[in-house]
Structure formats: structure tokens, C-alpha cells
Design a protein around this ligand. Structure first.
Ligand code: SF4
Ligand code: SF4
Length: 78
């Protein structure tokens, strides 16, 4: 998740993302910068590269915990 108000559009996060999730917006924020946003959020692996390289700590990475569901075994008549 990108804090678009503090982003200065440096593109470091865009380059750092291995799955091309992040792009710079055509619109600008209150400071006049083309801010970063998640164009392809489904491709995010939660690797945190973007958050680590951002010089202004604009990015917070949230990981979604996947819960496995197990189907009950079928009852077998002997
Ligand atoms: S957490 Fe990793 S995969 Fe997700 S947007 Fe950031 S750099 Fe890309
Ligand atoms: S690295 Fe940070 S400041 Fe630079 S474009 Fe990405 S979110 Fe914005």
C-alpha cells in the first residue's frame, strides 16, 4: 500500500518490484509528483522489496494469510 501523499515519484519501488506490480500514476499528488500505485496487486508476492527501497517509507506491505481448508474424507462402506 502506497502513501500517495508522501510519495515523490522516484520510481525506486517500480524498478525493485520483481513482478511489475507498481507503476507511476498519470495523475499527481498534492506535491506535484506522479505517485506510485499498485497497478497489478494480484501479482504481489509480499517480498517487501518495494518497502525496503523506498527512501521515504511510503510503502507498507500487508501480507494476507492463506487458510487451507481440508475436505472431509468420504465415508467408505465396508
Ligand atoms: S511486496 Fe514485492 S512483489 Fe509486492 S509490490 Fe512490493 S516489491 Fe512488488
Ligand atoms: S520508492 Fe517511495 S517515493 Fe519512490 S516512487 Fe516508490 S513509493 Fe514513491
Amino acid at each position: 500500500m502506497v502513501d500517495i501523499d508522501t510519495c515523490k515519484g522516484c520510481s525506486l519501488c517500480v524498478v525493485a518490484c520483481p513482478t511489475d506490480v507498481i507503476e507511476l500514476a498519470d495523475q499527481v499528488n498534492g506535491k506535484g509528483y506522479h505517485y506510485a500505485y499498485m497497478e497489478h496487486p494480484d501479482a504481489c508476492t509480499g517480498c517487501m522489496n518495494c518497502g525496503l527501497v523506498c527512501p521515504d517509507s511510503c510503502i507498507t506491505v500487508y501480507r494476507v494469510k492463506k487458510v487451507k481448508t481440508v475436505e472431509p474424507l468420504e465415508e467408505v462402506q465396508l
